[in-house]
Design a protein around this ligand. Sequence first.
Ligand SMILES: NC(=O)c1ccc[n+]([C@@H]2O[C@H](COP(=O)([O-])OP(=O)(O)OC[C@H]3O[C@@H](n4cnc5c(N)ncnc54)[C@H](OP(=O)(O)O)[C@@H]3O)[C@@H](O)[C@H]2O)c1
Length: 358
Amino acid sequence: MKKTAIVGATGIVGQQFLAALNNHPWLEITTLAASVRSAGKKYKEALLDPKTQALHWYVEKDPPAEFLDMEVENAANLDPSKFDVIFTAIESDQAKTLEPKFAKESPVISTASAFRYDSDIPIIIPGINSDHISLLDIQRKKRRWDGFIIPIPNCTTTGLAISLKPIKDTFGLRSVIMTSMQAVSGAGRSPGVGALDITDNVIPFIPNEEQKVQEETRKILGVLGDGCVEPANFNISCTCTRVNVLDGHTESVFASTKEKCSVKGIKETLEKYTGILKDARLPSSPKKLIVVQKDPYRPQPRLDRDAYGGMATTVGRIRVDDVLKNGVKYLLVTHNTKMGAAKGAVLLSELLIKKGYI
Ligand SMILES: NC(=O)c1ccc[n+]([C@@H]2O[C@H](COP(=O)([O-])OP(=O)(O)OC[C@H]3O[C@@H](n4cnc5c(N)ncnc54)[C@H](OP(=O)(O)O)[C@@H]3O)[C@@H](O)[C@H]2O)c1
């Protein structure tokens, strides 16, 4: 079993890591870490609201019993050499300091954006751009690290890149326009989004989100060049909004393809895409990476976010768009804290184990 630490274990994504790794066949959580606020407390005490004593737990199943009495460590004092892999679920500011410290000695799989845009750091979605993993060899050499940092994408990028990959491979991409309707859990637990701000409302701005999604999508769909990824050559423009939904990001996508495409052709391309299954038989591999919904009232976050355990992106309302050249438009739903965060990172760790990087 691989000794595993979760840094940021008390947060929304950290909690999903505990759920995803409970009884995992290859990985065993040996340490939970978070900020000084939680350090020294039992895990269950660190989740308690100091005023109301309510348990801040955001996964649909109860917290796995074996972690409740585990003492939470201060992430700043973690000895990385004790772990085969460290998952980080912390904000970018903290990740900037902690992740390189950990990576000197151990593999770090990150859900934060701190290093996603560095040229020697690949952003990986297993089954979509698994070949970019070999950039880790260059990263280790360049930074003289025994470990490495490998981030997963922003949770809004994940479903977009997954749905665009088969379309790009089959028809080519000229341009993409995307508007997101993102769930409240995407903003994290602290400070998160206030109930009074989001109830009966849509918040039309998420700081830095649009730039992240644009850059990451082109990087993930790019090709591995000489010591870096050459971003895919298409234009992309995003608008990111926050809506009154608990989990599951919905995205409205317009794409202009290089070659002429039909609704039937796009549907077939999406339906038969099995990138992840080709990679390897991994414990967390979903049977399907993309589900095509024919019901015009789908996808909906409540109905579709948990498709294949929250690992599949559901695409629906696929139509021709007459404004764009070779235009196609569709909606998708993707689970932001599962495939878009903890479960996606666990899947990546399994791929890295299979490839001998962990
Ligand atoms: N939420 C999503 O849907 C989602 C999806 C994909 C990626 N992400 C990314 O995942 C990361 C975590 O997001 P989240 O939503 O889980 O946030 P969150 O709920 O606010 O949790 C933040 C975690 O970071 C810990 N923390 C804060 N300061 C720290 C420090 N100085 N040292 C160590 N740990 C510290 C907190 O511990 P305490 O409890 O001790 O304060 C908590 O465990 C972010 O980078 C986010 O962008 C989030």
